[in-house]
Write a protein of this length. Sequence first.
Length: 280
Amino acid sequence: MAENNNIGFWQKLINIDRRWIYLAIGIIVFVPILIPLGLPVYVTSEVEAVFNRVDSLPPGSIVMLPMEYDPATMAELQPMAYAILRHCFSKNLKVITTALQIDGVTIIRNDLAKIAAEYNKKIGEDYVFLGYKPYPGIVILNMGEDFRKPFPRDYYGTPLDSLPMMKGVRNYSNCAMIIDINATSGVDYWINYAHTRYQADLAIGVTAVMATDYYAFLSSKQIFGLIGGLKGAAEYEKLINHPDFAAKAMDVQSIAHSAIVIFIIIGNVAYFASRGKKRE
């Protein structure tokens, strides 16, 4: 009788309605959103290298921050853009931004304005948004000669020469570094042209699935730092001591992955236990 009950228990686990599993995962994911767990985030050297380089700059230095993401990839890249912008503005650094992915121009404009407002930064004085131009490879090459070649005016139609921040700023040589936040293969243009041709110091922030392709460039020192996906964004948030969306998302991701692994283990144990009992 006990054996039959045992068989019944394992069989019930195998036959459980999958909707209960979906419900359990939903609850597990929802709780850390409401109540952040603050799970530890370990900072990698490639992310810390970006932070250290930005942190070492004197006030007034210019950081070029191309932001090239769209609605499909903003969940991963927007948090790192926020973190880097907060770091730059908190240190009174100047920021030049482009948006060379057409689907993301409005998003980038709003993101830049949102973080600038947190620090009372003024457009044209503390940051400049150049906007979008087609053919990113050509645009990046031309900016290496003079920002005014592809962008005689900023996104809002103001001539660059009339912007206080752009006085005396001609090209990449006037920027302390470039940090390209990019969800496309266009990041290769920044490596090949901005760094290789014009010798600009370059770091990149990419989606998690792209990150593995660019560690070779980190090893060859063509880039000095690499921020990969939500994990990289959470690391940067930790370094600036400003946990935000990425930190919460890593809590959710960690708990959800752990729950899935536990369900897989339980499912396998139930399967083999019930099969063994049937053979007996």
